[in-house]
Design a protein around this ligand. Sequence first.
Ligand SMILES: C[S@@+](CC[C@H](N)C(=O)[O-])C[C@H]1O[C@@H](n2cnc3c(N)ncnc32)[C@H](O)[C@@H]1O
Length: 362
Amino acid sequence: MKTNKTTIISGVPRTSIMVAAVRTLITNFFIKEQLEKEQRLEAHLLPYYENIYKKENVVAKTKLSVYDPYAFFFSSTEESKTIILNSLDKIAESCPKVFETQMFKDHFSDCGLPEDLTVDGMINIIKDSSPLKAWSLVSFNNFNNHMALRTKFIDDYVLSNIDKYQQFVILGAGLDTRALRMPFSNSTTVWEIDFPETFEYKETILKEAVKIIPPISQARNIHISGNLIGNNEWITKLEESGFNKNKPTLWILEGLLMYISNEDIEILMNQISSISPTDSTLLIQTLSGDYKDRSKAQTLLSSSVRDSFKSSSNNPEQYLIKCGFTKEIKTFDEHDIEKLYLSPQSTDVVCKAFSQLTNGYK
Ligand SMILES: C[S@@+](CC[C@H](N)C(=O)[O-])C[C@H]1O[C@@H](n2cnc3c(N)ncnc32)[C@H](O)[C@@H]1O
């Protein structure tokens, strides 16, 4: 009997594995860079090096690197590879000649694949590859760089606010592992909210992963399963698990709002605001209005993800202003983030800006 039950490999939860896979490739690049620059690794990186990198060191060469040692565990599974194969099957059905464009030929040549690769040929290669190698073949440089910029920016944002807040809430948390890999103190709680199928997968995998990579965080980490749209249940569960609406909170919405319509975003933002006192911060990532023109060369699978997008904005500040986060609003697109980290004289464009990060206080 066919059911419509969503699992980690279908529906929007599958996007959390895509993100984790790219973070793994960037993490491996981080380790490679450290080894090349320093000829040695700091002690805390050794468990990752010994247990993962030495066995599978597939990298994405990005302009910035980040370190997420748990991402590997989520992306090296059969489920992860199934997501790629399912998407390629759809491409084979709907657009079998797509690989004939120059963009794909260039990508294949960069990856050492034949330039005249067919979709069926790619499916066979993916079947014979490890999940991580498979992701390295289907994820384009632009997307890898986008993930590196966004992850680095938010990691540093959390680090610079780590002592200011005791409550962090990550909505649409997916396979985000900041609650484990950032140096939170034991007076901090990090809540994560996502669909039950995401947490089922995440918890099963993390149970084993933390035995290999011990978390540096001392925070309490609470997973709340539920749909953020169309109900207040997630707020009830948040409060029942100790969330104090009178304490300032840092909210993170990364890779989430594009899957929610403008109407529902307004409701969600007002819900957040209703439990955020003065001095709370809201950090959101949104797609810019012209993302459709700019995001063609993100990954072989981007067309299937793009179909799930429901919103974009050229004025993301409005989301915050409308719900009362009106102080010190700043928006950073990918060019801004690139300038923050890389030399301002650099003429190298890392990737076209197709998303932006906006943050503001209450
Ligand atoms: C692209 S992933 C991003 C995950 C994570 N924020 C990150 O950047 O690593 C999007 C996540 O949002 C979750 N999501 C989307 N819509 C949601 C909703 N209405 N309620 C709860 N979670 C949702 C998905 O299940 C998925 O895990």
